[in-house]
Ligand binder design. Structure first.
Ligand code: FES
Ligand code: FES
Length: 857
């Protein structure tokens, strides 16, 4: 495609994917492609050339479109993901071989990085048809996949080379574009349909069950009366069976890339006795879905899975619907559920739906949405967390009429017709604002600060204080043959989802709809209503495909901002946080300070245990080891930086501290790390995973040591999942630590979809690798100094060693989640491996400084 300047208007003509378009020459190429031409396959991710999400091909070479103007590519061929397959279609699949390979390997979770990955791979294969791993790592070094699908991406590149060379065939997954592939979001027609009131706020008798889907059978599971003894994030469900047998099930859970969607569809299809291709799932729409607390805590399968199974099992027992009939049935009693031993669909691997959309760039994320007449919002930010706006001098705008300045509902912001104007105006106002700034510490003083600033925790902070005491730990420690104590710390880390927080808000007759990538649409609805002073029934929150969450997308901030600005502007408004806002305004995984003291008998049995966590939380503080005399305590603290939930909550920190201490005790007792754990574990299921992994890797207590190489092992039990990770490290010249292999064994009861579980375990292992090795938020006097992908290191392809996953299926046990627990044994396994290689104990996460060990521990 050829571009040329057309001086009079300042526009240039570009040919993109074979089509000519005219765009402003000075416009950023990414903006021109997305906003002027309407090709949203190239994604915004960082705005500084550091993530690769915006990659396009210019004359066949990968280019960061956020770093180029339209004029700079005049005269060049520009190819976006939407145009990749032109002229390159494989007759069998109609996809480019690289797209087909990524689909075959399920080399995506949220899919936000996928267009950039695929285009960069296509360019690599064009110049090197059979690259080795080193060439692949180098070519994709600039591409971030925050979901951590790198092992699959590497496999997909090799597979693409084979497909392109004709030496292999596409896999026999259900075909791209088939029913099985199609039932991703959104539900057709749901955006146009709006009931009078949200369904969870309307009595079942008054609901318009058939307004959206037409005639058919509706089966409803009503929430049981509140029982203080039971707790579920998803207490109800409903589904619709059309006359042609198509099943639509509704859940308030959301899928932000973890693919709970497939497992929930599988469970419905299994119980109803229909094919997977006949079941679709409506998720995360507060007007249509049953109430749900939120998608967190690995509760999708245990909670939403349970209510959907029950609803579907009951639906199977009632009389089928006749053509033209409308019938509502309420689940009564306890319908018999299918036995895992007889499962047809569950327990087998299923590819996530919408694969074609992910690999062709047609999946529409929140960032890609717009509304007619939509403008763009930007918000002023405090220079330091907790700073309060004292004055705002609007005169710096000189009475401009093309922007609207808003000061309402606790925010100050700007609305303009395009994002660049909104951001520039907000920046001018920011420079003219004065703030009252609190005194905050720097990262080097954090542990002292947290110890010195206890809080009561509770809502708005981070849980309440917690203490559990059994026996007499103090005297057990005093009389122990070996007693040992140590302090462990973890840094703040950022979820850093590749898609930043984005919301689009549109008001209509006093009611607002907010499209946003949140994990908690119902709580966000409540917060938006409270902030705007409207009834909750007048707020609808819809969750479109979202570029990752990792526990970090709970808060309603961006949704409130869009709703406030849209109301003031009298038109739809989109607010899209910059990468810096994502790092500095979004919440972080809490930093932790943990004190552990433990005692061991001469026989190697734990005899006393105390574990105190300051600031990060009580998750995972319970121990799977026998220690009759123990004290577990969580002390909330005043965090200087904004903190909130994060994938696996505090379990990563608490498990790091506990497993590191176990490794230290085993060493002090002169007992092998696996044998010591087996001697003290109180959980047979975890012991079984430990044995399976140890056997798989050929763990030997008396293995021969290789200088500069170490192996470590750690385990954990959280949210009813059991995990064991082993790590191998090599200490390279310059004290560089290279993790050269990771094996994670995982048991989560009956596995519903091994493909998703495996993908989640791999991704969690990779994400945990970052926090273990180098991820850390740096701050000085409360100001974050590394709020950019160029400064905050996340795992990239070359950081990721081969990751092996061993799944232990237990069809006899209830299913637990898989998105979080596989993280928690990675850091202590690497710490143990570093000790094995160097004799140095590392008790703080991250374990290295940018991958390098200090000279002394
Ligand atoms: S490299 Fe352009 S958005 Fe990140
Ligand atoms: S799949 Fe790569 S960022 Fe989500």
């Amino acid at each position: 495609m050829v571009g040329s300047a057309s001086g009079r208007s300042g526009n240039v003509t570009l040919t993109v994917n074979g089509t000519i378009a005219s765009v402003p020459g000075s416009m950023e190429l990414l903006t021109a492609l997305r906003d002027s031409i309407g090709l949203t396959g190239a994604k915004p991710g960082c705005g500084e050339g550091a993530c690769g999400a915006c990659t396009v091909l210019v004359d066949g070479e990968p280019v960061r479109s956020c770093q180029r103007t339209a004029t700079s590519v005049a005269g060049c061929e520009v190819t976006t993901i939407e145009g990749l397959e032109l002229g390159r279609r494989s007759p069998a699949t109609r996809l480019h071989p690289v797209q087909q390979a990524f689909a075959d390997e399920c080399a995506a979770q949220c899919g936000y990085c996928t267009p950039g990955m695929i285009l960069t791979t296509a360019a690599l294969l064009a110049r090197d048809p059979h690259p080795g791993d080193a060439a692949i790592d180098a070519a994709l070094a600039g591409q971030i996949c925050r979901c951590g699908t790198y092992p699959r991406i590497r496999r997909a590149v090799h597979r693409a080379a084979q497909l392109a060379g004709g030496s292999t065939e596409p896999t026999d997954w259900p075909g791209i574009g088939s029913d099985s592939d199609r039932w991703g979001p959104p539900l057709p027609g749901s955006q146009q349909y709006r009931p009078e009131r949200p369904w969870d706020m309307t009595s079942p008798a008054e609901r318009d069950w058939f307004g959206i889907l037409g005639d058919g059978l509706v089966v409803v599971l009503s929430p049981p009366p509140a029982d203080p003894g039971t707790w579920s994030t998803a207490a109800s469900a409903w589904l619709h069976v059309a006359g042609d047998g198509l099943v639509t099930a509704f859940t308030g859970k959301v899928d932000v890339g973890q693919d709970n969607r497939t497992a929930l569809r599988v469970l419905v299809a299994e119980e109803m006795g229909v094919s997977l291709g006949r079941v679709r799932l409506a998720m995360g729409d507060t007007d249509l879905c049953p109430y749900d607390m939120g998608t967190f805590g690995s509760r999708s399968i245990p909670d939403a899975g349970a209510v959907l199974r029950k609803t579907a099992a009951y639906a199977r027992t009632v009389r089928p619907v006749r053509p033209g009939e409308r019938r509502v049935e309420y689940v009564a009693g306890d319908p018999a559920l299918s036995e895992p031993a007889t499962w047809r669909l569950a327990g087998h691997a299923h590819r996530p739906p919408g694969t074609a959309a992910a690999v062709t760039g047609t999946r529409r994320f929140v960032s890609d949405l717009s509304q007619p007449g939509m403008w763009h919002g930007a918000v002023l930010r405090p220079p330091v967390p907790g700073a309060e706006l004292r004055s705002l001098d609007q005169s710096v705008l000189g009475g401009r009429r093309d922007v609207l300045v808003v000061q309402a509902a606790g925010l100050a912001g700007v609305v303009a017709a395009d994002p660049a104007t909104a951001e520039a105006t907000a920046a001018a106002l920011q420079a003219a604002a004065t703030w009252e700034v609190p005194v905050q510490p720097s990262d080097g003083e954090l542990a002292i600060f947290l110890r010195a600033h206890p809080s009561q925790g509770g809502p708005g902070r981070w849980g309440g204080p917690f203490e559990e005491r059994e026996g007499s730990p103090a005297s057990a420690l005093e009389s122990a043959a070996i007693s040992h104590e140590a302090t462990y710390t973890t840094a703040y880390v950022a979820p850093a989802a590749l898609e930043t927080r984005v919301a689009v808000a549109a008001w209509d007759d006093g009611r607002v709809t907010v499209w946003t990538g949140t994990q908690t649409p119902f709580p966000v609805r409540a917060q938006v209503a409270a902030e705007l002073g409207v009834s909750e029934a007048d707020v609808r929150v819809v969750v479109p495909p979202t570029g990752g969450g990792f526990g970090g997308k709970h808060a309603a901030g961006v949704a409130i901002e869009a709703a406030v600005l849209a109301r003031q502007a009298g038109r739809p408004v989109r607010v899209s946080w910059s990468r810096r806002e994502e790092f500095t305004v979004g919440t972080l995984r809490p930093a932790a300070v943990m004190d552990i003291a433990a005692g061991v008998t001469p026989e190697g049995t734990l005899s006393g245990w105390t574990h105190v966590n300051i600031n990060s939380g009580a998750a995972g503080i319970g121990t799977p080891y026998r220690a009759a005399d123990r004290r577990l305590e969580y002390r909330p603290a005043e965090s200087p930086l904004p903190q909130a939930s994060y994938r696996a909550l505090a379990a990563t920190a608490n498990n790091f501290a506990r497993e590191s201490m176990i490794d230290e005790l085993a060493h002090l007792a002169g007992i092998d790390a696996v044998a010591f754990r087996l001697r003290n574990l109180a959980d047979d299921r975890l012991a079984a995973v430990l044995l399976a992994v140890a056997e798989h890797i050929g763990w030997e207590a008396d293995r021969e040591r290789i200088p500069g190489m170490g192996v470590g092992i750690a385990c954990g039990l959280e949210k009813d999942g059991r995990v064991v990770t082993t790590a191998q490290v090599v200490i390279a010249p310059g004290r560089q630590v290279r993790v050269t292999g990771l094996v994670t064994g995982y048991e989560c009861g009956a596995i519903v979809n091994p493909q998703t579980v495996r993908n989640q375990v791999e991704g969690a292992t990779v994400m945990a690798l970052g926090g273990a090795m180098f991820e850390a938020i740096s701050f000085t006097d409360g100001v974050i100094s590394n709020g950019a992908f160029s400064a905050y290191r996340v795992p990239r392809l070359a950081d990721v060693p081969p990751v092996e996953v061993i799944l232990l299926d237990r069809p006899d046990l209830p299913s637990a989640g898989a998105g979080e627990t596989p993280m928690i044994a990675v850091a202590p396994a690497i710490a143990a491996a570093i000790f094995d290689a160097t004799g140095m104990r590392r008790r703080s996460l991250p374990l290295t400084s940018d991958g390098v060990l200090p000279a002394t521990g």
